[in-house]
Design a protein around this ligand. Structure first.
Ligand SMILES: Nc1nc2c(ncn2[C@@H]2O[C@H](COP(=O)(O)OP(=O)(O)OP(=O)(O)O)[C@@H](O)[C@H]2O)c(=O)[nH]1
Ligand SMILES: [Mg+2]
Length: 201
């Protein structure tokens, strides 16, 4: 087990009102406000956690989903280690906008290798009785758009909230491990006469 704490920046994106601030506040302060105000620009909170023996400080960046705040949020995308694409299961439009959010993130964060970037998709407000998006179609979207993990959450009931942030950490650590593995592979190649090497990078 490594004693060093890793600082990871995760960013919550998605339409206004889907529950991004509520998820962050539930996770960090264990509070829920049924009449939360829209976010203006960005806010962030930190939380320390341990995942699979690694100590991590999670820096959670909560962004304003409303279109009029676009120029206030996009400068903060750079340097994010993971992006949580969030929609609300009772709001079909917020689900249909996931691709737009994904593209906006890749563009403004200047992601060099979008295919391997760790996105996690969250379907929030599963405590609501009337859904407009089924679990199956959300899973299909995730499968077809990059094989992203999909989690259904409720910031109100505290369902899967910690699991969602832990999954974000796992995704980042998995990419990091893959990179380390590739670098090791290349080191071995330098001393090898064989042309066959690791192809994972
Ligand atoms: N029933 C239910 N309501 C929720 C849940 N999460 C958030 N809400 C409510 O939905 C509304 C919007 O939540 P916010 O967390 O402010 O949404 P947001 O995504 O941060 O919105 P912007 O800041 O405008 O981007 C608030 O009234 C919350 O109380 C949830 O899991 N279940
Ligand atoms: Mg907000």
């Amino acid at each position: 087990m490594s004693g060093k704490s890793l600082l990871l920046k995760v960013i919550l994106l998605g339409d206004g009102g889907v529950g991004k601030s509520s998820l962050m506040n539930r996770y960090v302060t264990n509070k829920f406000d049924s009449q939360a105000f829209h976010t203006i620009g960005v806010e962030f909170l930190n939380r320390d956690l341990e995942v699979d023996g690694r100590f991590v400080t999670l820096q959670i960046w909560d962004t304003a989903g409303q279109e009029r705040f676009k120029s206030l949020r996009t400068p903060f995308y750079r340097g994010a280690d993971c992006c949580l694409l969030t929609f609300s299961v009772d709001d079909r439009q917020s689900f249909e906008n996931l691709s737009t959010w994904q593209q906006e993130f890749v563009y403004y964060a200047d992601v060099k290798d979008p295919e391997h970037f760790p996105f996690v998709v969250l379907g929030n407000k599963i405590d609501k009785l009337e859904r407009q998006v089924s679990t199956e179609e959300a899973q299909i979207w995730c499968l077809e758009n990059g094989n992203y993990p999909y989690l259904e959450t409720s910031a109100k009931d505290d369902t899967n909230v910690a699991v969602a942030f832990e999954e974000a950490v796992r995704q980042v650590l998995a990419v990091e491990e893959q990179l380390e593995h590739c670098m090791l592979g290349h080191t071995v190649d330098l001393h090898s006469s064989s042309k066959s090497g690791s192809s994972c990078c």
